[in-house]
Design a protein around this ligand. Structure first.
Ligand code: ZN
Length: 134
């Protein structure tokens, strides 16, 4: 490291140049923030890809859960799977960016199937309750 004012070679222990008194720390600070800025910009670029994968993952998870809820047949497991499928599908649909994300069909299919399964479950429950009460 060299003093930017007088060019004297400095070791890291100097906070001020012993020759001209220029602040070595102040000279360094702008460089550090610049590096941090560049690192943050680089991170922003990199986070786009995982975010895309996450949305697509949510879409597929919602779709699979809605299918599992059909396979489950009846009862508590069906409601849990369909509800989770509904949540995952809704999140993926809400975060969906048309220009970078693929698999919107999974989101819509998962959402539709989950709603249908839940509707049937609710109708079934209501029918059971009706039979129970009368
Ligand atoms: Zn100096």
């Amino acid at each position: 490291m060299k003093c930017s004012i007088c060019g004297r070679t400095l070791t890291n222990k100097y906070k001020f140049c012993p020759d001209c008194g220029a602040s070595v720390v102040e000279e360094k600070t702008p460089d550090v923030t610049q590096v941090v800025d560049e690192v943050e910009k680089e991170n922003e670029k990199n986070t786009t890809a995982p975010e895309t994968k996450k949305v697509q993952g949510f879409a597929i998870a919602g779709f699979v859960l809605s299918l599992v809820s059909i396979i489950c047949g009846n009862g508590f497991a069906t409601i849990v799977c369909a509800t989770l499928g509904l949540i995952f599908s809704a999140i993926s649909l809400a975060k969906f960016k048309p220009d970078i994300n693929k698999g919107k069909g999974f989101s819509i299919a998962g959402l539709t199937i989950s709603i249908v399964v839940l509707a049937f479950e609710l109708i079934g429950l209501l029918a059971n309750w009706t039979i129970f009460w009368y």
